[in-house]
Ligand binder design. Structure first.
Ligand SMILES: [Zn+2]
Length: 91
């Protein structure tokens, strides 16, 4: 049986990561038992990537607007707004 090492995108832990069902797109989802967050290594839409969220925050801090960010990253302006709304909630 092949075992794939999947690192948690939130805390980078590889030991306590377990499979957690599949997304609607068919991608495998995982849950980290250390930070208790679920994630999937591959997404069908770039707006859901963790790296995209970081880019949105950086571009906002440098003065880019919501529509500008959506156009440059090729994601929906609604996704940009949702990311910014959730980023303020986490802080
Ligand atoms: Zn984790």
């Amino acid at each position: 049986m092949a075992v794939a090492q999947v690192a948690c995108i939130h805390c980078q832990q590889t030991i306590n990561v377990a499979k957690n069902g599949k997304a609607e797109t068919g991608h495998q989802r995982y849950r980290c038992k250390d930070c208790n967050k679920s994630f999937q290594p591959e997404y069908g839409y770039d707006g859901n990537l963790h790296s995209t969220h970081e880019k949105i925050i950086k571009m906002t801090m440098n003065g880019s607007g919501v529509r500008d960010i959506g156009r440059v990253l090729e994601i929906s302006p609604t996704t940009v707004l949702a990311c910014l709304k959730n980023s303020t909630r986490q802080q």
